[in-house]
Write a protein that binds this ligand. Structure first.
Ligand code: 6SY
Length: 269
């Protein structure tokens, strides 16, 4: 991707849409970490604004409800406040939820696909394999961990299958979904159908990671795989590919990295 000429210019804004305390073991392949403590991480969405005539795009939508995450998924503290709602975060950019016509979901875990129902005029771009895996996850429904569905919230998936189904756009593999915005499938990494979003900016290619990797320095720069993945080799290859392709890497749960882009990428200053 890097060799492509920069044809389209987008500005990217981080939207913090919640917070969670998660085990640090999620950051690194289990045998390589000794860190058992909890750490506070942001739950991110990203707003893509075209610097040419075009429409904004939202990447990911956060979780449905903090109490539900703890109750259904059996996880630690999750937090929400009025500042972090999608409505408030979009309003800082002069947008209402109904102004968003395109949403890209990097994957369908509860903390990425929980806000879809709020976006009443949007189509939802998802990898077909991700929706298939989320609808029928390969675990017993009685599993008392990850909501009995490996961190997919049945309600989110039910919404996508119906009533949002007429607005779901399934893709298979890599696809340019708007000028300068390409969904790139990295199968069997964090989830079966995880996709990264490659975005052209005036400063180079940005890659929105979803959760293919969690920490830019640890996972991408140092090459230590994250702790939650389907296929270790696929994950390792994805990290190498993204490192090669990206001038900027935008993760979902890494406050340190996200803060670098608080004024947008490229920065408005
Ligand atoms: O032991 C666990 C395993 C997972 N989780 C949460 O589930 C999420 C699933 O994917 P993610 O990578 O987006 O982030 C994860 C965390 O937010 C957790 O809090 N504790």
């Amino acid at each position: 991707m890097k060799e492509l000429m920069q044809r389209f210019d987008w500005r990217i804004y981080p939207l913090i849409v919640g917070e969670a305390d998660v085990p640090q073991v999620l950051d690194a392949f289990w045998s390589l970490t000794r860190e058992k403590s909890l750490v506070s991480v942001p739950i991110m969405a990203w707003l893509l604004m075209p610097m040419f005539e075009g429409e904004p795009i939202l990447v990911d939508t956060g979780f449905r409800d903090a109490d539900r995450c703890m109750k259904i998924q059996g996880l630690g503290p999750h937090r929400m406040n009025p500042e972090w709602t999608l409505e408030t975060q979009l309003s800082k950019h002069g947008l209402k939820p109904e102004d968003i016509k395109t949403v890209i979901l990097t994957h369908l875990h509860y903390d990425h696909a929980g806000g879809c129902a709020l976006l009443s005029h949007a189509k939802f771009i998802i990898q077909r394999t991700e929706l298939q895996a989320a609808a029928a996850p390969m675990v017993s429904p009685q599993l008392d961990f990850g909501g009995g569905a490996l961190f997919y919230d049945r309600k989110d998936i039910a919404d996508l299958i119906d009533p949002l189904w007429p607005r779901v756009q399934l893709i298979e593999g890599d696809e340019e979904v708007a000028p300068g915005v390409t969904c790139v499938l990295f199968a069997n990494t964090h989830t079966p159908g995880s996709q990264a979003v490659y975005v052209q900016t005036s400063r180079g290619n940005a890659v929105i990671l979803g959760d293919i990797a969690r920490k830019v320095d640890l996972n991408i720069n140092k090459g230590i795989p994250p702790g939650l993945f389907y296929d270790l080799e696929a994950t390792y290859r994805a990290m190498k590919q993204i490192k090669k392709d990206a001038d900027f890497i935008l993760p979902s749960h890494d406050y340190e990295e996200v803060r670098k882009y608080s004024k947008g990428l490229p920065s408005e200053e």
